[in-house]
Write a protein of this length. Structure first.
Length: 199
């Protein structure tokens, strides 16, 4: 027996979300059917609003309602440092920490030849243009994930930026606080030893 077309379409729509398979999409579709009509309407409005009312900052590439974004417009931010991240979620994570007060640059992905993603497919050209135009920037902090693609992207950006004389640093990787050495994988241990600091 097939589901009625509206439910089938809803299931297909949920399956387009990352990490959502057929069973989870089916559960979500039926959960949506049981929601109050006002809640469903608000949910639909929120989806449409997110698509319609948000854009990317023309300076840093972060998701924003206003262009330039609040961070780029804030004169109290440290104008000498730019933290390069993979996507806007990373900016939110850093901001919640409340310890970094510099600027950001969002790449919208990483280099991944296997997926056909090259330098022209992510926001690297805008970073280089920004560094050329803004002489106040003295350091680029690369904060891509510790994946093979993230590491390759970090190395690529580092080579491009170093030639301009700007300092390039990388976020430290290694053992997380409270973890046991015996449970860490080899790459984590390698990064922990490589990134050791003096006490």
């Amino acid at each position: 027996m097939q589901y009625p077309e509206p439910i089938a379409k809803l299931i297909d729509s949920f399956m387009k979300l990352p990490g959502i398979g057929y069973k989870t999409a089916t559960r979500l579709a039926f959960f949506t059917l049981d929601m109050e009509k006002d809640d469903v309407t608000e949910f639909a409005k929120a989806l449409i609003s997110a698509q319609r009312d948000l854009s990317f900052c023309s300076i840093c590439g972060n998701i924003t309602e206003d262009d330039p974004c609040d961070i780029c417009q804030d004169p109290s931010r440290d104008q000498k440092a730019v933290l390069v991240v993979e996507d806007s979620k990373d900016v939110m994570s850093m901001e919640q920490m409340k310890e970094y007060h510099g600027l950001y640059h969002v790449l919208h992905g990483v280099l991944s030849p296997m997926d056909g993603k090259g330098p022209e497919d992510i926001n690297i050209a805008a970073l280089l243009t920004r560094l050329q135009k803004n002489e106040a920037i003295k350091e680029v902090i690369i904060a891509t994930n510790a994946t093979p693609e993230g590491e390759a992207t970090a190395m690529y950006i580092s080579r491009l930026v170093k030639s301009s004389g700007i300092k390039v640093t990388r976020l430290a990787h290694g053992l997380s606080v409270g973890s046991d050495i015996e449970y860490a994988d080899q790459m984590t241990l390698y990064k922990a030893v490589e990134g050791r600091t003096e006490m």
